[in-house]
Design a protein around this ligand. Structure first.
Ligand SMILES: [Fe+2]
Length: 206
């Protein structure tokens, strides 16, 4: 298939997936069952590996930290934003929330997700205590769904770069009031966009 054909097929597959996701959210709202249904749609999309090749979506140069983030689709108002994130092994984030729902699935590579519960009552500003609740390995045919207030951290523990599809209820650049946690210091601070700056433009002409 030519790269033009692949681009056209990818555009159609992404648009059809998002249309179904929009319908799920409209019918069910933002609930765990709705996110499970959305995750099923995302897993089906990610299974089309040829549409999301490393040639079209290269990772950062070997050894470089940070994500190469490609915008695949976003509504005019920032809703229903889908990205392809490519990360090298050895990356991790601190625990953070998103303030919108999120579903992440893998085309290739492994990303360990740790999900936390906050156990303090929030009475002391800037203080927070987290407890590890669950570990989920995001890898081909296995994804994660997060409610807006769920807290997770990611760790690319595999031996090759990841190419993961991320779907958010609202584009990352539009999210305010996100928080990040330092488990050792037991603190919570604003988690600003600098942690997840898009380093890449959408793939031009592909
Ligand atoms: Fe995240």
């Amino acid at each position: 298939m030519s790269s033009t054909d692949i681009m056209a097929e990818r555009t159609t597959a992404v648009a059809e997936t998002i249309a179904r996701i929009r319908a799920i959210e409209a019918a069910q709202g933002v609930t765990r069952p709705a996110l499970t249904a959305i995750r099923t749609e995302m897993l089906a999309l990610a299974a089309h590996e040829a549409l999301f090749s490393s040639a079209d979506f290269p990772p950062p140069p070997p050894g470089e930290k940070g994500a190469q983030r490609y915008l695949l689709s976003e509504d005019q108002d920032g809703r229903f934003a889908m990205y392809l994130n490519a990360l090298n092994p050895g990356n991790e984030t601190r625990p953070h929330d998103h303030t919108t729902w999120a579903v992440v699935v893998a085309v290739d590579g492994q990303e360990l997700n740790r999900v936390y519960s906050r156990t303090d009552d929030g009475a002391i500003p800037g203080r927070a205590i987290l407890r590890l609740r669950e570990e989920i390995m995001v890898e081909p045919s296995r994804g994660i769904a997060l409610m807006p207030d769920d807290i997770h951290s990611i760790h690319t523990t595999g031996d090759r770069p990841t190419r993961h599809l991320h779907m958010y209820g609202l584009a990352l650049e539009k999210l305010d009031h996100r928080v990040g946690y330092d488990m050792q210091a037991e603190t919570v601070k604003p988690y600003n966009a600098a942690y997840l700056q898009p380093l890449a433009k959408p793939p031009a002409g592909r």
